[in-house]
Every structure is written in C-alpha cells, then in structure tokens.
Design a protein around this ligand. Structure first.
Ligand code: PLP
Ligand code: TYF
Length: 394
C-alpha cells in the first residue's frame, strides 16, 4: 500500500530552517522562519503566559475533555480582542482550533460544505500554506495581484482590477494586518474601497489575522477587520495566538464566522463543532486556556499588552535602523520601504541568485522569495546585513 504514496513537496520555509540548523558557520544569521526573537535571539515565553500558566497549574482540577467548540472564556476574549464592540454577537459562531492554521483549514472546510462551487481568491504572493491547504481541501483557487515589485508597496490598482472578476459567493482571503510574506499593507481608505467592492459583488472576506499587535498596535491592526465586520453581512475570521501570545507550540487559534442572521449563526456553530469533531474531536486546551485567562484578568492583560508593545516597538526600531544603514551603504533611498512595511516580514525584492549569495557568502538566511524576518536581527547584525545586501548588489 505505502509504496503507492508519492513524494510530497517540502515547505520551503521549514526546509530553510533545517538548512540553517545544519550550517556550522559561527555568526550565521537566521532571517527565515516567522518566529519572533528578541535581541539575544531567544523566543521568550511571555511574562503573562508564564504567570497565567503558574496560576492555571494551581487551579486546574481536571484534564477531562472540554467542549467541541473549546473554552468559552477564550472564545469570548478573542472575539472582543479582534472585533471589540463591532462584533455582532447574535450573528456570530466561533470555535477554538489547532492554531491559526487549523482555523484556516476549518474555514475552508466550512466554505466547502456551504458552497463547494465557491472560488477562494488569494493574494499573489501569499503564505504558501494558503494555496496548499486550499488544494488539499479541494476548493477552487483564484489569484489577485497584490505586490508591486518596483515600489515594494501594495499595487492596489492591480488588486482591485483583478477582484472585478469576483462572482457572488466567492471568498477573498485577506491578511488582516502585517501581510506575509511582503510586509506591505493596504491603507484604511483602500480597505474601505475594497469593502465596497466586496459588498457590490456579494463576495465574502476570509480574514487571516496572525500578527495582531505586531504592526501598529492591537486596535490599529484590527481596524480593517472591524470595519469589514460593520459593513458586510457575512465573513470569516481565522486568528492565530502563536505570535502575539508567543504560544507557537501550544497550537491556539480561533475561527469566527459572522452570518447574515442569528439562525444562520446557529447553523454555522453546529457545523463548526462538527468539523472539529470530524477532524480531531476536541481542540487543544492549554494555550487557549492561558490566553482566555490573560484576556479576562486586567493585571495579566495589562502586562501582556505592555510586553507586546515592547516586541512591536523593537521590530519598528530594527526597521528604521536597517533602512538608515542601507541608505548609508547604498547612498540611495531605495530601501526606505523597510520602514514603511509592518509586522515581522519584508520582501526585499532580490533575485534568487542574490539570496543564494547572502546565504553562501555571508551566512545570512532569507527565504528564496526574498522574504526576511526582521525579528531575526539585532543592533549588531543590522550593519552586517546592510553591508551584505549592498555587496550582493540588491
Ligand atoms: N497565517 C499566516 C499568514 C501565518 O504567517 C501563520 C504562521 O504562523 C499562520 C496563519 C498560522 O499560524 P499558527 O498555525 O502557527 O497559529
Ligand atoms: O511564515 C512563517 O514563517 C510562519 C511559520 O508550514 C510557519 O508562519 C512557516 C511554515 C509553516 C508553518 C508555519
């Protein structure tokens, strides 16, 4: 039987992670996988997670199963965090999922159950798991242009032109903030124009929000999602707690749907619980439980927000430092986009050969599409990277 299997393509990001580990050169720099690291190169357990974990260890009375939908405190807290008072609670359904990836998977399965003919539109480029999971679930993909390789900003005109091709019932996957892999994001007026187009076409947004709090702040990063929730009758939101709570391996995420009526919401809730059961029964509890505790405890929440702000501001400082260093190295402003981009990533716009040079000659690891993780840098490595970029002729 097993000899009938075919070799599966590797995930390029995870493959690069492995290649970096095996590189014996001291001083190698990892700007590959999207994991936050502090100036010491450590992905820390956040203070509030540690405190909530210690408290939960005392308070936890059982490891018996929870419910198919997951912990209510987590679901409520995340709904508030993302949608605040724009949440139409009576028209919403939600379930805890296996990380943000699990939320995307369940979203696509729900779409397939409701409308197997729906096309799901993806930005070009997007996170490689989007098209991969879409194919796996068996939905039809479509693509919209997103990034202008010259300016390294969003090509909003091209995006809107492509989305003119939307049919009623199609789904548009949008990165809620901090676009992965480009770092380039729509402005608020552009988001509003996009909302008008989706509304006029009868299309449904699927928001993937994996970096809330990594861009301009918790509320600022959620503003496009909140605006869309206020304007559109239906939408899906797949959120990850991996980055903003630093609970990567605990696998905490949530899928929310906003429906046209409370009757539809009840139906969606019933289907979401069933999808959890069919795929893995109960969602993981531990990470979600700690997130729920933090969001509902004012002291823990304040400390979490303070640490998240430190993380966010640290990345903004690195962006400015790198843009400044590159201005000096190259005598031009062409890397100014680095300070405009938001989140962990920026697409440099380098060729695969230049990326190879950075890796082979300078031991600097960047994804082949020239995405780099800003959080992999620190004050000492910024000038090294700037000089290597200039020498590689990028
Ligand atoms: N969506 C995007 C755009 C991501 O970059 C990630 C990666 O972390 C995820 C979703 C899912 O994250 P996780 O499954 O680790 O929560
Ligand atoms: O884009 C990234 O680097 C993160 C982490 O299959 C990641 O989102 C990368 C690949 C993958 C799962 C997570």
């Amino acid at each position: 039987m097993f000899d009938q299997l075919t070799q599966q393509p590797k995930d390029k990001i995870l493959a690069l992670m492995q290649q970096f580990r095996e590189d014996p050169r001291p001083g190698k720099i990892d700007l590959g996988v999207g994991v936050y690291r502090n100036a010491e190169g450590v992905t820390p357990v956040m203070r509030a997670i540690r405190a909530a974990g210690a408290q939960w260890q005392q308070d936890e009375t059982t490891k018996a199963y929870t419910s198919l939908a997951g912990d209510a405190q987590f679901l409520d807290g995340m709904c508030d965090l993302i949608l605040a008072d724009t949440a139409p609670r009576d028209r919403m359904a939600s379930v805890a999922t296996v990380g943000g990836t699990g939320a995307i998977h369940q979203a696509l399965e729900l779409i397939k159950s409701a409308n197997p003919a729906a096309r799901v539109w993806l930005s070009n480029p997007t996170w490689p798991n989007h098209p991969a999971i879409l194919r796996h679930v068996g939905l039809q993909a479509a693509e919209y242009r997103y990034f202008d390789n010259e300016s390294r900003a969003v090509d909003f005109g091209a995006m809107m032109t492509d989305l003119q091709g939307l049919a009623a019932g199609d789904v548009v996957l949008l990165h809620g903030c901090c676009h992965n892999p480009t770092g380039a994001n729509l402005t608020m007026p552009e988001w509003t124009e996009l909302a008008g187009l989706l509304l006029s076409k009868g299309a449904i947004p699927l928001i993937d929000i994996a970096y809330q709090g990594f861009g301009d702040g918790l509320d600022e990063d959620a503003a496009p999602t909140r605006m869309l929730a206020g304007k559109l009758p239906e939408m899906l939101i797949a959120a990850s707690c991996s980055k903003n709570f630093g609970v990567y391996r605990d696998r905490a995420g949530i899928l929310m749907t906003i429906c046209a009526s409370s009757a539809d919401a009840a139906l969606a809730q019933n289907n979401l619980a069933t999808l959890n059961r069919l795929n893995y029964s109960f969602p993981p509890d531990h990470g979600a439980r700690l997130v729920g505790l933090i969001l509902s405890d004012p002291t823990l929440r304040a400390d979490w927000q303070a640490e998240l702000e430190e993380v966010r501001n640290g990345m903004l400082t690195l962006r400015t430092q790198l843009a400044d260093a590159l201005q000096i190295e190259t005598g031009s402003n062409r890397f100014g986009f680095l300070a405009q981009h938001r989140g962990m990533f920026s697409r440099l716009g380098a060729t695969p050969e230049q990326i190879e040079t950075l890796r082979d000659t300078h031991a600097i690891y960047i994804i082949g599409d020239s995405r780099m993780n800003i959080a992999g840098l620190n004050a000492e490595t910024v000038p090294l990277l700037a000089s290597a970029i200039a020498r590689a002729g990028i």
